[in-house]
Design a protein around this ligand. Structure first.
Ligand code: HEM
Length: 456
């Protein structure tokens, strides 16, 4: 490739290449094309010091392939893929399991009190999602069960969303205009959530100020903030868009994991052999750590359980049969013919049932309704089988794929490993187990369980 360095933007003192781009801003595409063509398809550019403007500009097909496919994990676009963010949420989850969840469960076990594990997980995940977002713990997971107004409001958003999918748009729009029925409930829920988010922002601001004062007093340069998601949006304002972003984060992060965990506990309580295999997989890690004593609790570090294959298979098997988002909705923008031969027309709505997809004999075989994590493993039992995403859609596919998948898997592994190692979980008899009509596959009546501390 020929290189013609004379076309490189002028590198001025202090302002560096900034003026060249400013001068050409109205003609930027052609200007970049000229520079890229002259420089062999790639160049580096930077702005004034302190602005953080450091670019590598490319139109080189080999680089494009590298960025988008070969090494795509190295080029994240979302804050949820930021390694620092991932490490911070993992640490947050692990500490909350050790300091709040396990002691709370130990108390429940010691008193033999049955409790609703779905509510408990919902509280836990709500705290965790808020901490990841604002760096502030609302403290819903506690023995005195503080009111869950914001959780109830989030649930209302999901329920009303479900009914909006099932009725004509004009109908619910009319209800919204008249402020009646479920639309009234939705409006109240949004107000509760707005208040909650403003309160969390205020608490976040106070805690950051306190942290700064303490840092000054101690005389340390250690910068501790900057690991929650709000730090990535320094220009946050209390507007509708920020509200939507926050709710858009809290919904996927809270409901999906809490719901999946509840279905896992339900299925494991009926499959003692699967619990034994999970414990055997954890056993070498536990024996290396050597924690013991009557009340000692074992906590598994995220990096210790990251590679556990059977535990991951248990998660996937649960998500196959109980995907927390049971259906996806799409609209048709132009007439099309499906690979199945069906015609779809502009403005049709397409509903994809993830719940049914996981239960089709033609897709998963004769035992499709059986809870069997082994189906995810290769014959050697040590590696996961490749399953294409269009068969297993729990985390979605394509550009709208779940951005928190690995965070979710890590949270669920940490919680399941720690609970199962330390306790036997018994599901109380006589419960009616059925999903709630909602956008999230929660259990309609919760799941009442009783715990027994394991003797080790
Ligand atoms: C069992 C756990 C989870 C499942 C099954 C799951 C599943 C999904 C699905 C199906 C979508 C696509 C929704 C749509 O476009 O209709 C989605 C989107 C998303 N998920 Fe997850 N999720 C889980 C956990 C999480 C967690 C813990 C986070 C955050 C840490 C998260 C962050 C997101 C975000 C930000 C999106 C929006 C992506 C976009 O629209 O570009 N998810 N998730």
């Amino acid at each position: 490739r020929s290189k013609n360095t004379s076309v490189l933007p002028t590198n001025w003192p202090i302002l560096h290449m900034f003026p060249s781009f400013m001068v050409n801003v109205y003609n930027l595409h052609d200007y970049l094309t000229l520079v890229l063509a002259g420089l062999g398809h790639n160049f580096r550019a930077h702005g004034p010091p302190g602005t953080g403007m450091r670019f590598f500009v490319t139109c080189d097909p080999a680089n494009v392939r590298h960025i988008f496919t070969t090494n795509y994990t190295n080029f994240p676009k979302s804050v949820l893929s930021n390694p620092r963010m991932i490490a911070s949420t993992e640490a947050c989850c692990r500490n909350k399991v050790e300091n709040i969840l396990l002691p709370l469960l130990a108390y429940m076990a010691s008193t033999g009190t049955p409790f609703d594990v779905q509510e408990l997980m919902s509280r836990f995940m709500f705290d965790l999602a808020t901490m990841s977002l604002f760096g502030v713990d609302p403290g819903l997971l506690s023995l005195d069960k503080p009111p869950m107004d914001a959780v109830v409001a989030l649930n209302a958003v999901m329920e009303v969303g479900f009914f909006q999918h099932t009725m004509p748009t004009s109908c619910w729009k009319l209800m919204r205009w008249l402020n009646i029925g479920r639309e009234r409930k939705l409006c109240t829920a949004h107000k509760v959530l707005q208040r909650f988010l403003v309160e969390m922002m205020e608490r976040r601001k106070m805690e950051m100020m306190e942290r700064k004062i303490n840092t000054c007093h101690v005389g340390s340069d250690d910068e501790q903030d900057g690991v929650d998601i709000m730090s990535s949006y320094p220009d946050y304002v209390h507007d509708d868009l920020s509200y939507a972003k926050n709710i858009g984060y809290m919904l996927p992060a809270r409901d999906t994991i809490g719901t999946t965990l509840t279905w896992i506990f339900y299925n494991l309580a009926q499959n003692a052999n699967i619990v034994s295999i999970i414990r055997s997989e954890l056993s070498p890690i536990a024996s290396c750590k050597g924690a013991s004593g009557v009340d000692a609790m074992m906590i598994f570090e995220p990096n210790e359980i990251k590679s556990l294959v059977y535990l991951r298979a248990v998660l996937y098997e649960t998500l196959r049969l109980y995907p927390p988002t049971p259906f996806e909705r799409k609209t048709v923008s132009a007439d099309d013919i499906m690979p199945s031969g069906h015609e779809v027309h502009t403005s049709d709505t397409i509903l994809i049932s993830l719940y049914s997809l996981g239960r089709m004999e033609g897709v998963w075989g004769n035992d499709c309704l059986e809870y069997n994590p082994d189906r995810w493993l290769l014959e050697d039992g040590n590696n996961l089988r490749y399953v294409p995403s269009h068969k297993f859609l729990a985390f979605n596919l394509g550009p709208r794929i779940c951005l928190g998948k690995e965070i979710a898997v890590m949270h669920m592994k940490t919680i399941i490993a720690s609970v199962l190692w330390n306790f036997d979980v018994e599901v109380m008899e006589g419960q009616s187990i059925q999903p709630k009509p909602s956008c999230i596959l929660e259990m309609k009546n919760g799941l009442i369980v009783k715990l027994k501390k394991r003797e080790m």
